[in-house]
Design a protein around this ligand. Structure first.
Ligand SMILES: Nc1ncnc2c1ncn2[C@@H]1O[C@H](COP(=O)(O)OP(=O)(O)OP(=O)(O)O)[C@@H](O)[C@H]1O
Ligand SMILES: [Mg+2]
Length: 469
């Protein structure tokens, strides 16, 4: 298509006169030298000028068309409407402008893509992020921030969603330019107590996005603080559990070295207590070691095929000497054709021993502890992917003891948690048995459930994935 611009006659004449000026000068020189008469010279000049007129009109028209097309492109027009291709120079200019336009379009598409990518990055970062302008207005908040505050805080003052005085002070310091960045920690009490680290940074360069000049990042510390508390509690509990028998041992040693030195009867009695206390200390150390070993390989899934039925039978045999003196029995029921489970046999033996020992320890005299190993039918709600992937073996240890009140059930698997601490200690318990069970079950990608009725007894059930056939 040929686009020609409109050009005024005056401009065309002016250009033609301009172009014919060298000819006019030459004619004036020839006339001056007497080589040419005046009238033929004027006639020649008029003729040259009039010959130039259509040429000038056409070129000026094309140039004006080119200018119009470039203007159209600047306003988002289409390259396809390029002007005349008949003038070589103009065609080259048009081609160069078209190439420039294509490059510009490509770069704008790239920029738009980068902007979309950045926006999506900001949106999907797991930590809550807020962009603030100089008046503390939230210019933009990502998805995590919207989730944290329960609504999108964009457009409002930061204080509408975050009122902590330390955060406000830090934000003010950065917005006013007093500091390039600030960090602080704050807690939110509602709906549940959560702790966050807040960091506010002034953004470099000119404010680009709706005058945002600072970025506020929140990072949740609740889990880390809880872990720190747990670690401190654990060290305190473990030291306390070790100190108690140690204090008893030192007391008896002193007595035996002093007042009871020659008392045969007291010596026998105290040595018996000392043996019991040192046994408790070594059980505690052994339990702590096994707990930390299980925790260490909790992330690598076990791979042996273990015959759980056989392990249950031998665990019951090993506990009979503890049960018989109290008139108790252990009854093991095994389903036919049970598949092996995917596991680590020494850990599963420890799991069985801990559960059956509790059932005997906390069961009533003269009752029977019922142990069953069967193929699981329906799985409980909390079953994970490993259990849902194939057949599952179910172990249940049921006792007829005093049972456990509901408020204790969620905490039973915590280290050192006991319903009746004095009683557990008297029985030689360390309070680590069920914590070990919980870790073994989770290492085996299984599930543990505790059902108990005070006055009737308790059932501890474990689901474990069967080994592939
Ligand atoms: N079958 C049960 N019936 C009633 N209470 C139980 C039963 N099993 C566990 N408990 C309660 O749970 C607490 C924690 O059990 P856990 O096995 O972890 O520790 P423990 O038996 O006291 O000591 P140990 O480390 O020697 O096993 C026990 O102190 C007891 O109060
Ligand atoms: Mg126990």
């Amino acid at each position: 298509m040929v686009i020609r611009g409109t050009v005024t006659g005056g401009r065309v004449l002016l250009f033609a006169l301009f172009l014919s000026s060298p000819t006019a000068i030459m004619l004036v020189v020839l006339a001056g030298a007497g080589r040419l008469d005046v009238w033929p010279a004027i006639g020649t000049w008029v003729m040259v000028t009039s010959l130039l007129l259509p040429l000038v009109r056409s070129h000026l028209g094309e140039l004006s068309g080119l200018a119009n097309w470039v203007r159209t492109l600047a306003h988002g027009g289409d390259i396809a409407t390029a002007p005349a291709k008949d003038g070589m120079a103009l065609a080259e200019i048009a081609a160069a402008v078209a190439a420039l336009r294509r490059l510009w379009q490509h770069r704008s598409a790239e920029l738009a893509e980068t902007a979309r990518w950045n926006a999506s990055l900001l949106e999907n970062l797991p930590d809550p992020l807020l962009l603030l302008d100089s008046s503390r207005r939230v210019v933009r908040a990502n998805r995590a921030a919207t989730r944290l505050f329960g609504r999108d805080p964009a457009g409002g003052d930061l204080a509408a969603v975050l009122r902590d005085p330390q955060v406000t002070e830090a934000v003010q310091a950065v917005l006013s330019g007093a500091a390039p960045s600030r960090e602080c920690e704050f807690s939110q009490a509602i709906p549940v107590e959560r702790t966050f680290a807040a960091r506010i940074d002034r953004l470099d360069g000119q404010p680009a996005f709706e005058a945002a000049i600072a970025l506020l990042t929140l990072h949740e510390l609740t889990a880390i603080r809880a872990m720190e508390r747990m670690r401190a509690d654990f060290v305190a509990n473990a030291s306390h559990e070790l100190r108690t028998p140690l204090a008893a041992l030192s007391g008896f040693i002193e007595t035996l070295q002093g007042p009871a030195r020659d008392d045969e009867e007291a010596r026998e009695k105290f040595l018996g207590i000392m043996a019991e206390q040192s046994g408790r200390m070594s059980r505690l150390v052994a339990d702590l070691l096994s707990l930390s070993r299980i925790e260490l390989d909790e992330h690598s899934a076990p791979s042996e095929a273990v015959d759980l039925a056989r392990l249950a039978t031998s665990a019951a045999e090993a506990l009979r000497p503890l049960a018989s003196p109290r008139g108790m029995d252990l009854e093991v029921t095994l389903a036919d054709g049970l598949p092996p489970v995917t596991g680590q046999s020494d850990q599963l033996a420890q799991l069985l021993q801990n559960l059956m020992e509790n059932a005997v320890k906390y069961g009533n005299d003269g009752t029977t502890v019922e142990v069953s190993v069967t193929l699981a039918g329906d799985l409980p709600a909390g079953a994970g992917a490993a259990l849902r992937a194939g057949p599952v073996v179910k172990l249940a240890v049921k006792d007829h003891g005093e049972g456990i009140a509901a408020e204790h059930l969620p905490r039973l698997t915590e280290r050192f948690y006991r319903v009746d601490t004095a009683r557990s200690r008297k029985m030689g318990g360390t309070g680590l048995g069920l914590a070990i069970v919980k870790h073994i079950v989770s290492h085996h990608r299984g599930l543990l459930a505790i059902d108990s009725r005070p006055g009737e007894g308790s059932t501890f059930t474990v689901w474990l994935p069967a080994a592939p056939a």
